[in-house]
Design a protein around this ligand. Sequence first.
Ligand code: F3S
Length: 387
Amino acid sequence: MYLDPEDERILAGEQGETKAKMLELLVALGKVFGAGRLVPIRSAQVSGASYKTIGEYGLQWLSSLDARAVVPAVLNPIGMPRGRWQEMGVKEDFARKQQAVVAAYERLGIGLECTCTPYYLRETSYGDHLAWSESSAVSYANSVIGARTNREGGPGALAAALIGKTPCYGLHLAENRKPQVVIRVQADTRDWSIAHFGALGYHTGRLVGNRIPFFSGINPDSDQLKGLGAAMAATGAVALYHVEGVTPEAVKIPYDLSGLETIPVESDGILQLFKDMPVEAVAVGCPHCSPAELATIAGLLSGKLVSKPLYVFAAQGVIDKNLRTVDSIEKSGARVFADTCMVVSPVMEQYSSIMVNSGKALAYVPDMCGALARIGTIEECIAVATE
Ligand code: F3S
């Protein structure tokens, strides 16, 4: 693999042991995947941030590192809202350990915006090379923005943040971004919500596995694309998809679809996921809410009070720019929390059933929270939370 003179000096230890080890990791990854070189990245997004998922061993490893990020980098959601963990009911022992994880990342120069929607906070553009690791963020960056990132593991993304480069293979290369299967949606989707597109992703992810799907017959907006991609990355391993006439590469690049398997998808397989079931809590914002989603929630809650816990998750930067909307949501008794989510926070394990409006959360809540999951539209979620 080609390394430039500065890389060689880093490998020789001129910038410290941590950077030498991080570059060794990137070179090893590159060799495994056949990368010919490293490519400079515009930003990194680093998973392995919740103490719930990395535990004591992960914390010790992070604490042993000594270097600073050289490109903008943010953390994935952690197990609690940093400023309001007591209010969320996080136990002190967990909070202390989570704070130690956050402090370790801060020392490494990783931004403490703990979010799976970094694209709301920092401009990310078509063609940018990135090293992002949370699967829904990766899907959004590749598919909706047209940036280029593989789904990095936490250490790979951290190494890329500290070096400013990542191995150039996989989805960094145009030839690997072509559609591999056509999904022909045969349903009237004009009235579909974010939850319906999440359910479509939940259903489709199982059909396509890790192939790159090309959708026809749908016209989702950006929040619906976010829900579609997040769910496909959860039930499948889809890091990039295209939507005819909608996503940037499908619009700009005349992909040849001839010879590809075509899978028809009808509404039955989607609608049967919407089951009626009593729930103990409602949680929305998977992936973290956009400003438009917060405004919708505020409108639906106007003049109402919640009768069961309603959690709304969003990036702190999005909350800060929409404080009146957030205040209006919280007047109902709902809580808008930053930094965390219904999947990575241990607090959600207290419930035996949770309603969500996300195909990804529908897939993850049973295993990660030990709770039954019900999917509904945002209107249905708010109705259940306020009934
Ligand atoms: Fe984000 Fe948590 Fe969902 S990290 S995509 S809100 S599972």
